[in-house]
Design a protein around this ligand. Structure first.
Ligand code: SF4
Length: 463
């Protein structure tokens, strides 16, 4: 753990974790691919936990299959269970694809899932499986949760889908006709809709992966749908090797689909932090312009202007305020940059991920407040609270598990990111682009103003 504090922890356990389970991130990606169903190779509790976490945030049913380990499976291996699960899911869901993910248990007993899947596909080709004649694409993401977080699972699942499905002839870049790949990171359904609008405004073909904007936040149904509509079309994933470039939000600690596309298919990689704040948004819109060969549409220049105008209007409320930010590494890095940009000191930037590069990354995005920021990786909420006690923070920014901090410190929590389990509409919070930044700026200003009002008996009606 890289803390700028001298305290030596007198415990070894994680207390109130600030990270989520690895297959959870993978399942989000898999639900963002059209016709794809996640299948967790492990015990039923893992899929139940992940479903509960997803459902409480997105307020949608989320089917996740499981190979349902029991005591004997844990001892003798889960190959038969996995084969039966693949048959059952193929027959009853008729999916276009099945994304298999591992769990702590199946990884600990050393299951060779890639070998199992090769065997299954051979049996299936010979007509030896009871799969109802269904032949969905099958791909696999290794997601041991004791070795990573939901973000490791997320990037691993993106890689699994891309490396399995990308197909076609290798082409020269001039033949790509401006097609754009965008790997979106762990963002809200509203963010995905905003990214669709932004990409669409450049009038070019694109693959947005994953895309759970409809499958996890769609209209109400007349009858239950086993596989909700929406998601990145498998045929669009197939075309990712033809793109003029891949824009990849965030860092993939393990397998990296962006790098793979570059090394295997010659698709240039444009990696950047999530576009929150002008510093991160400008390069995003510029890269889209470069890849598509089109000017940035005027609508975004005007949106940028509105954002700057709001920064000026709200500056007196936010200047020199102090914030605690926490969550997944990519999100915290972008929030740190945004807060620094508007004159707020992120006094603590923490992630639950065990990441050696986190401290350097955060320091790299801070232009004004670097000296005052305490940075912690592999952190839990108890550690964050201990760090916060003498730092006089004004507010907290992150997902709803930070309520504990907010209560202890008596300061407001600005809810954003994932998960939001104690409010409605977490999936509709907009964070990205000039418009999303404006939304976050308003939320921060209003939280600070409301706290000021609450601290006075009479309050102010005019702040
Ligand atoms: S942390 Fe491990 S055991 Fe727990 S739900 Fe995730 S995969 Fe299953």
């Amino acid at each position: 753990m890289s803390l700028q504090t001298t305290a030596v922890p007198n415990f070894t356990s994680t207390r109130n974790a600030c990270k989520l389970c690895s297959p959870l991130g993978a399942c989000l990606v898999l639900r963002g691919i059209e016709g794809c169903i996640p299948l967790i190779h492990g015990s039923q509790g893992c899929s139940t936990y992940i479903r509960r976490y997803g459902i409480s945030h997105f307020r949608e049913p989320i089917d996740i299959a499981s190979s349902n380990f029991v005591e004997s499976t844990a001892i003798f291996g889960g190959k038969d269970n996995l084969f039966t699960a693949l048959d059952n899911v193929s027959r009853s869901y008729k999916p276009a694809a099945i994304g298999v993910t591992s769990t702590c248990l199946s990884e600990t007993i050393g299951e060779d899932v890639p070998m199992y899947l090769r065997q299954y596909e051979i049996d299936r080709a010979k007509g030896l499986r009871n799969n109802g004649g269904q032949n969905p694409a099958i791909f696999y993401a290794s997601t041991p949760s004791y070795r990573g977080t939901h973000m490791d699972g997320f990037h691993e699942a993106v890689f699994a889908a891309v490396s399995k499905l990308v197909d076609g002839e290798k082409i020269t870049r001039t033949e790509s006709k401006g097609r754009i790949n965008l790997v979106s990171g762990f963002i809200s359904a509203e963010d995905l809709r905003e990214l669709q609008t932004i990409l669409g405004s450049f009038t070019t073909d694109y693959t947005l992966l994953p895309d759970y904007s409809e499958s996890l936040d769609g209209p109400s149904w007349e009858t239950y749908q086993k596989l909700p509509q929406g998601g990145t079309k498998p045929e669009d994933i197939k075309k990712m090797g033809e793109a003029a470039g891949t824009v990849y939000f965030g860092i993939a600690p393990g397998h990296d689909a962006g790098k793979w596309l570059e090394e295997t298919w010659g698709v240039p990689l444009f990696r950047q932090d999530l576009p929150i704040g002008i510093e991160n948004c400008d390069p995003f819109y510029k890269t889209l312009s470069k890849l598509s060969g089109k000017e940035i549409p005027e609508i975004w220049n005007r949106q940028r202007g509105r954002l700057i105008d709001a920064y000026i209007d709200g500056h007196k409320y936010v200047n020199s305020k102090r914030a605690i930010i926490y969550g997944e590494e990519d999100f915290v890095a972008s929030l740190a940059s945004f807060l620094d940009e508007i004159g707020i000191v992120p006094v603590i930037a923490a992630t639950g991920a065990d990441s050696q590069g986190f401290k350097k990354r955060i320091q790299g995005v801070l232009r004004n407040t670097r000296q005052e920021v305490q940075i912690a990786d592999d952190a839990d909420f108890v550690t964050i609270l201990e760090m916060a006690k003498d730092l006089r923070p004004d507010f907290i920014m992150g997902h709803s598990k930070g309520l504990f901090l907010s209560r202890e410190l008596g300061i407001p929590l600005v809810r954003c990111g994932f998960p939001i389990h104690d409010r409605i509409g977490g999936q509709r919070i907009l964070h990205l682009g000039y418009k999303g930044t404006l939304n976050l700026f308003d939320l921060v200003c209003n939280a600070i103003m409301e706290a000021k009002q609450d601290q006075h008996d009479k309050g102010y009606t005019y702040i």
